[in-house]
Design a protein around this ligand. Structure first.
Ligand code: NAD
Ligand code: TYD
Length: 360
């Protein structure tokens, strides 16, 4: 039975990945989830799998090298899938330190622990051990509105403290591949959306605000472009890269699904109107009049767009979920999980929202 060590599995993509893996492999794999439960980590995301015999959770910070070393020593780990990170650009602009701590130094701890557990006395690595570092397209910087794309060979050019910290961690993984022939892959994915996404990110924030008749904050002119991917497609890509990718390679993941932020907001409003039943009081609240242009994000990247040619040609992965379907699935999930939204937006979220949006 293959044993996975997943870091950051209580967050948005990590929890979707764990669900995906149990749907796909059932009892034939074991997953150990390591997460220190920051504001973004939520065990409610995993309550459906918490009682499985082939699932374990450790509340551990990835910067704690002793605790991480112990987990490797006590378990014969076959796969590491490393999601744990601080992931929100706006937070990184206000508080960059923790991004360097977790994203850079935490990744170094994970690399060292896996290397110590997997390296043989002659410097080679035990067979069939693999590390996958989950990264972002934001490390490539910003594109013009000129139809160009990010390729795996595009020079790294991060602009925000978040993307700089992710680029640094990518480079550390690459250094371990190049120096030690460490058995790893790096994936650089575009913006994800779907169930369990924390409402600091654009799509869940807009859904949540619209349903309450609250302002929909649009940074700058609303014409920044992101390439949106449904989170299950990302989970599938990660698994395919880890099992079928060439070790040591980087793979871009994304879907030729570029949209301006303002388009996304209009699609959400239209879809909410379609999906809310007549007579539902929220239908009256959901309106274009809520759209409010606010001060732009500092250093706001204009456009991201992935060329997924390599992963398609070598591995056969392509995005399966059309945006119009994925957004309906996402909204349906939020309709069915009102309590989840209430829990994550109580307490500290209010403070965050005021700090981030009050003077914008
Ligand atoms: P998220 O913020 O929802 O979740 C991050 C998780 O990591 C949380 O559960 C948090 O508790 C945990 N964590 C944070 N610091 C930790 C630490 N020091 N030790 C242990 N656990 C810690 O993030 P996400 O959106 O799920 O992103 C997951 C990964 O995917 C990140 O590495 C991110 O850079 C990458 N990524 C995200 C997107 C996106 O659109 N969200 C796109 C491409 C790549
Ligand atoms: P976000 O979801 O934070 O992802 P990222 O910055 O990592 O791409 O933001 C997506 C886009 O939406 C980005 O261009 C910033 C913009 N945005 C808004 O216009 N208003 C908001 O309230 C948020 C959170 C984001």
């Amino acid at each position: 039975m293959r044993t996975y060590l997943v870091t950051g599995g209580a967050g948005f993509i990590g929890s979707n990945y764990i669900h995906y893996m149990f749907r796909k492999y059932g009892d034939s794999i074991r997953i150990i989830n390591v997460d220190c439960l920051t504001y973004a980590g939520n065990l409610e995301n995993l309550k459906d799998v918490a009682d499985r015999e082939n699932y374990e959770f450790y509340k551990v910070n990835i910067c704690d090298s002793e605790a991480i070393g112990r987990i490797f020593a006590e378990n014969d780990i076959d796969r590491v899938v490393h999601f744990a990170a601080e992931s929100h650009v706006d937070r990184s602009i206000k508080h960059p330190e923790v991004f360097v701590q977790t994203n850079v130094l935490g990744t170094l701890v994970m690399l060292n622990a896996a290397k110590a557990a997997w390296e043989l006395p002659d410097g080679s690595f035990r067979e069939d051990k693999k590390f996958l570092h989950v990264s972002t397209d934001e490390v490539y910087g910003s594109l013009e509105e000129d139809g160009t794309f990010f390729y795996e060979t595009t020079p790294i050019d991060p602009h925000s403290p978040y993307s700089a910290s992710k680029a640094s961690s990518d480079m550390l993984v690459k250094a371990y591949i190049d120096t030690y022939h460490f058995p790893a892959n790096i994936t650089n994915c575009s913006n994800n959306y779907g169930p369990y996404q924390f409402p600091e990110k654009l799509i869940p924030l807009i859904i949540n605000n619209a349903l309450q008749g609250k302002k929909l904050p649009v940074y700058g002119d609303g014409k920044n472009v992101r390439d949106w991917l449904y989170v299950d497609d990302h989970a599938k890509a990660i698994d395919m890269v880890q099992e079928q990718g060439r070790l040591g390679e980087r793979y871009n993941i994304g879907g030729h699904n570029e949209k301006q932020n303002i388009e996304i907001i209009h699609i959400i409003l239209d879809t909410l109107q379609e999906m809310l039943p007549d007579g539902d009081p929220r239908k009256e609240l959901v309106s274009e009049n809520l759209i409010t242009y606010v001060e732009d994000r500092k250093g706001h990247d204009r456009r991201y767009a992935i060329a997924p040619d390599k992963i398609k040609a070598e591995i056969g992965w392509y995005p399966e979920t059309m945006f119009k379907d994925g957004i309906r699935l996402t909204i349906q999930w939020f309709f069915e999980h009102e309590d989840w939204m209430k829990h994550v937006t109580s307490g500290d979220y209010q403070k965050y929202y005021e700090e981030m949006y009050q003077n914008r």
